[in-house]
Design a protein around this ligand. Sequence first.
Ligand SMILES: [Zn+2]
Length: 87
Amino acid sequence: MQIFPCPFCGPRDEREFHFAGEAGKTRPDTTGEVSPDDWATYLHMHRNEKGRTREVWVHTPCAEMFIMERNSVTMEVLGTECLRAKS
Ligand SMILES: [Zn+2]
């Protein structure tokens, strides 16, 4: 078991979290026509980087999404970043 840091709740069991995708992907602009190739690229093509990665995660109990930076080889968590504006 690994402990992941939720930026809102603090350290928690990894089983409380869900991977939501790679950070930095841009959703196609749906105000115009989006080609099937563009949708397929957005949905299915991943960088799958080895080493330092930035990913979007969700902490299920608080339902907050945030960026977690971690090393995909060692699984070390390097930091987190809130996605919503601070109030
Ligand atoms: Zn949380």
